[in-house]
Design a protein around this ligand. Structure first.
Ligand code: ZN
Length: 303
């Protein structure tokens, strides 16, 4: 899943051009830089972009860097990303080491936007595992951090951001309770996924993680034949009922393992949303819909 290696030179040229335009506009204040005088927020991942839209409502323009099904563990920014970074009042990142590309991109774009690390201070952190949003209690923290950042960058609308955040957090709490209730019905709670993205989910909802096809927090680890055989053996020995592929990863290895172990593989529309939300119009095009889809899928397969 390596993309976007090209365009490095274009990026530098465009970033320079963007800084020049910014300077030419005499934009010395930290004020609004989006369309129609609204502040522009750059949000890196599909999840933090959704949170930022929920909190910002119609008051903020959001430039979402990562698109659905683009691997967040290996991204290189486009010229449009750098242009947005140059103009942004706020830059929202997931943090926990996910956005390795961001420091360099911010500096080449000359970004003066307030950086919000949405995971900083989150209540349930697994060291080195960036997939914290799969625990809605962490999502709640991320939404609060984003609201605080927007309020700091745009003080006249601080109360609006706090109000939007509070309303959305109410929905997140209801979601969390609903997912917990659904998963509590399961007697077989054993999970095998495509890569190791569901540690927070497993911890929050009391599942048992048996293994991942790619046994790594990122998506680039190589699989050995020995590791695959071991996973097949564990699936059989522990009576795992299904292998869950992820919507943003190729299902081939998951299919092969499920076939060798003689269990079901969930793929295509039945795959879990792991690293990214789904494209617009899909079952997972918002954070809340993504969590509902994953719960439904897991309960449906393990019941
Ligand atoms: Zn991941």
């Amino acid at each position: 899943m390596r993309h976007n290696r090209r365009n490095v030179r274009t990026i530098v040229v465009l970033a320079t051009a963007a800084s020049v335009v910014l300077a030419a506009c005499g934009s010395s204040s930290a004020g609004p830089a989006g369309a129609g005088g609204r502040p522009l927020a750059v949000a890196t991942t599909t999840q933090v972009a959704d949170f930022t839209r929920q909190v910002g409502g119609s008051l903020v323009d959001v430039h979402q860097v990562l698109q659905p099904n683009v691997d967040p563990h290996d991204y290189e920014p486009s010229p449009a990303d750098l242009d947005a970074l140059a103009r942004a009042s706020v830059v929202v990142e997931n943090g926990l080491g996910l956005e390795t590309w961001l420091p360099k991109a911010r500096s080449s774009a000359g970004s003066k936007g307030l950086l919000v690390d949405a995971s900083r201070g989150a209540p349930f952190i697994r060291p080195k595992d960036p997939h914290l949003w799969h625990d809605p209690r962490n999502a709640e923290h991320m939404v609060r951090a984003i609201a605080a950042g927007l309020a700091q960058a745009d003080p006249p609308h601080a109360a609006d951001y706090q109000r939007n955040a509070a309303a959305y957090i109410g929905k997140l709490q209801a979601l969390d309770a609903d997912v917990a209730r659904q998963l509590a019905q399961l007697t077989n709670r054993k999970l095998v996924t495509n890569h190791d993205a569901f540690g927070y989910y497993v911890h929050r909802y009391g599942l048992v993680f048996v293994g991942a096809v790619i046994p790594s927090f990122d998506t680039s680890a190589e699989l050995s034949g020995r590791a695959l055989s071991d996973l097949v053996a564990r699936i059989k020995a522990q009576h795992v009922k299904a292998v869950f592929s992820e919507s943003s990863l190729p299902p081939k290895a998951a299919e092969a393992i499920a076939q060798r172990a003689g269990v079901r593989v969930l793929e295509g529309k039945g795959a879990l949303y792991g690293d990214t939300l789904g494209p617009r119009g899909s079952d997972g095009d918002t954070y809340i819909k993504m969590m509902e889809h994953n719960a439904r899928t897991i309960v449906g397969a393990l019941r």
